[in-house]
Design a protein around this ligand. Structure first.
Ligand code: G3I
Length: 330
């Protein structure tokens, strides 16, 4: 039998890539990889509040629009990331008080979701609402002003603006922090109990080679038991470690050997297989890679360390990890 052309051809669920549309437009090889491998697209940064609402009193959709147009031209699913996130907020948003914060959130979500109505398959409505570690709520500007209520407000506003878009809660660390998983699922449960319209859970899966795959598996099983869609929304897999804060990388590993790349391939294979085994097919919203070349990975700049976390190498060639992941899909 012929080799599948790309990961999307090997999978029974959508395979996504996070892209920066300007880089994809400038770089023919990156563009070819994107269109060969993926049938779902997430914009890495251009749909974030800090981009769209960078300037007070005006919204800038230019880059977001061109990303959506690219996905449509390629017949790919477009995923929206993220309506509400605490990170990098401009002062004119982070400083809003009380009802002014609620009014801003409502107007922002309503306008943005309406702008793309019918063209975005799903949205990360809220991103990283839990603390970095443990199951508590993050003390974000939204939480400080509105308590947990801002989450229900966000989902209800998004649902009204585009009733067909699937609405996700997205978070990280669930591959190693079981208290955080418990907190996330308890939050989902209480929101649903209050009638908040949630369709899916996004598990980012920024993984480390030292993570315990048994925890990855149990988290997926627990999340899938909700009956909601399960999106692996930001997959990558590093050799080094970090403390989740910008600049907080620890570079134990300064070079990779072929044996290490094989171990990474085995881990990628296991991750694809665990997703298929633990998430019932109707709930498989897909797996999205958060950067997919070791040249472009966010890891190096964000944590200030070297690493090789993706399925394509620095020269944009397929790595053992690529073939491992593909084996795990089949
Ligand atoms: O574009 C500027 C450039 O002009 C400037 O010279 C440079 C110097 O700092 O910064 C560039 O912007 C950076 C941008 O990425 C584009 O590369 C920002 O500083 C940097 O903060 C930003 O990082 C992004 C980060 O989110 C913060 O928004 C990463 O690309 C992106 O991969 C990362 O993605 C997040 C998800 O949204 C949520 N889950 C975690 C994930 C990883 O942190």
């Amino acid at each position: 039998t012929a080799e599948p052309a790309g990961l999307k051809d090997a999978a029974s669920f959508p395979i996504g890539g996070a892209i920066n549309i300007r880089r994809v437009n400038e770089d023919a090889k990156l563009r070819a990889i994107t269109t060969t491998e993926f049938n779902s697209i997430t914009s890495t940064n251009d749909m974030k509040m800090y981009r769209i609402a960078a300037r007070e009193g005006q919204l800038d959709f230019a880059r977001a629009d061109s990303t959506v147009a690219f996905a449509e031209a390629q017949g790919m699913r477009m995923f929206g990331h993220a309506l509400v996130w605490h990170y990098g907020l401009p002062d004119h948003i982070a400083g809003l008080q009380g009802a002014a914060m609620a009014d801003f959130l409502t107007a922002y979500i309503d306008t943005v979701v309406n702008h793309f109505r019918g063209r975005i398959d799903g949205w990360d409505v809220v991103n990283e609402v839990l603390d970095t570690k443990g199951g508590g709520m993050r003390r974000s500007p939204f939480y400080q002003q509105l308590g947990t209520d801002y989450i229900g407000l966000a989902f209800r506003t998004a649902r009204r603006a585009d009733p067909d878009a699937k609405l996700f809660i997205n978070d990280f660390g669930t591959e190693r922090d079981t208290a955080k998983v418990t907190g996330l699922l308890a939050l989902v449960d209480s929101l649903r109990g209050a009638g908040v319209p949630i369709d899916g859970i996004g598990l980012q899966w920024h993984q480390q080679m030292g993570d315990d795959t048994a925890v990855v598996r149990s988290t997926l099983r627990r999340a899938a038991a909700t009956g909601l869609l399960i999106h692996v929304s930001e997959l990558d897999l590093i050799f080094n470690t970090h403390n989740d804060e910008a600049g907080g990388g620890t570079e134990h590993v300064q070079a990779v050997t072929p044996a290490m790349l094989e171990q990474q391939a085995e881990r990628y294979e296991a991750l694809a297989r665990i997703y298929r085994q633990e998430v019932p097919a109707p709930q498989q919203y897909g797996i999205t890679f958060w950067d997919f070349t070791d040249r472009d990975t966010w890891i190096k700049g964000f944590f200030d360390m070297g690493d090789w976390p993706t399925v394509y190498d620095e020269n944009l060639e397929r790595k053992p990890a690529y073939f491992g992941f593909r084996r795990g899909l089949q």
